[in-house]
Design a binder for this molecule. Structure first.
Ligand code: PMP
Length: 362
């Protein structure tokens, strides 16, 4: 079929069966004579897709009824503003845990809207680790604590079992690069947000899952489009939603359901990541860059002994059909993003290549 193994951090590889199904229905969706792209978002056909998307995500993540699901636009980056605009009330204070570039961007954006402090940071060690829970300092009257569960660039994550919890202070989580990859209990969060372009579908859709009681106290300056209350009231259709991206997400949710849901994919994801890390750890050429106990199972970061060799690695890997293994421009080295849709064969092909490359460069 001439498909490459695509290790891109996002947009990233999608299940082939989903792409095939979407393409089969592209010009004539379910015999209706038009594409989903061409449908009114008010049409019964699209409304069904919309409702389906919400219900499937609710089932997959076991989202309690006390939470609303929103399908928004503007990427996870727009949530860096929406979160403080909506949730900085009553104290106007929020505390941020900095574990990488995206949580730092979220923190900087929040500074515009209230009294924001850093609760903990791993920046002093190039974000190679996740701070221990006892090193996190949160003000007792903070309106929320923000964290990024999986750090796409640095390859670290907060494991579900080490999630910090603070009495009566909601946790707000950026889950862009690990949503649907392993089981997290939604009730431990006040709000979860994620861009779709890793584990859910194409770019253009942003999912927000928010506890209902936190909504309705947005700052007066909040743009209508960013106010969660408006979006809940209009079922994410205050304006035209990203209909096609939502439609593809429905297919991805159905695919995940067929795999056995999050619990099943979590076991596969852990097996894929362990295989790769085990190989890296026993090798003389490669080094993992994240602290072992904080390793991501979605983004595996590593390097060789020299920057020149890192460049050759990515180039030669590409010649073998293994694409997008270059690390993020801000950190260098290599990064293999192995989201839900990356098959085990992709991991095996990568390890095979890494072995050959090591033998040639001893
Ligand atoms: N947070 C994380 C963890 C990410 O990985 C990304 C994008 N890669 C973002 C936020 C920004 O997402 P978007 O491009 O959808 O704004």
């Amino acid at each position: 079929m001439n498909r490459i193994y695509n290790f891109s951090a996002g947009p990233s590889t999608l299940p082939v069966s989903v792409l095939e199904d979407v393409s089969k229905n592209l010009t004539n969706y379910q015999g209706q004579g038009l594409s989903v792209m061409e449908m009114s978002h008010r049409s019964p056909s699209y409304m069904e897709i919309h409702a389906n998307a919400k219900q499937s995500l609710r089932n997959l993540m076991n989202i309690p009824d006390t939470y609303e699901i929103l399908f928004l636009q503007g990427g996870a980056s727009t949530q860096f503003s929406s979160v403080p605009l909506n949730l900085l009330n009553p104290s106007g204070k929020a505390d941020y845990i900095l574990t990488g570039s995206f949580s730092k961007k979220a923190y900087k954006e929040a500074l515009r809207y209230g009294d924001i402090q850093i609760a903990a940071s791993s920046e002093e060690d190039d974000f190679t680790f996740i701070p221990n829970n006892d090193a996190i300092n949160v003000r007792p009257d903070a309106d929320y604590v923000h964290l990024c569960l999986n750090n796409t660039i640095y390859g670290t994550r907060f494991k579900p079992e080490q999630l910090p919890q603070f009495d009566n202070i909601p946790l707000v989580a950026d889950m862009s690069s690990n949503i649907l990859s392993e089981e997290y209990e939604v009730s431990k969060f006040g709000l979860i947000y994620a861009g779709a372009q890793k584990n859910m579908g194409p770019a253009g859709l942003t999912v927000v899952i928010v506890r209902k009681d936190l909504v309705g106290k947005a700052q007066d300056i909040t743009p209508t489009m960013l106010d969660y209350a408006t979006q809940i009231d209009k079922d994410s259709m205050y304006n035209t939603p990203p209909t096609f991206a939502i439609y593809v997400a429905v297919q991805v949710f159905a695919w995940l359901e067929e795999q056995g849901g999050i619990k099943a994919i979590e076991a596969i994801n852990k097996e894929k990541a362990a295989k790769l890390y085990d190989y890296i750890d026993q090798s003389d050429l490669y080094q993992g860059t994240a602290r072992k106990e904080n390793r991501s199972i979605m983004n595996v970061t590593f390097r060789t002994l020299s920057e020149d060799l890192d460049k050759t690695f990515a180039k030669e890997a590409k010649e073998k059909g293994l694409y997008n293994l270059k690390g993020h421009r801000s950190v260098g080295g290599m990064r293999a993003s192995i989201y839900n849709a990356m098959p085990m064969e992709g991991i095996d092909a990568l390890i095979e290549f890494m072995k050959d490359f090591e033998n040639e460069n001893k």
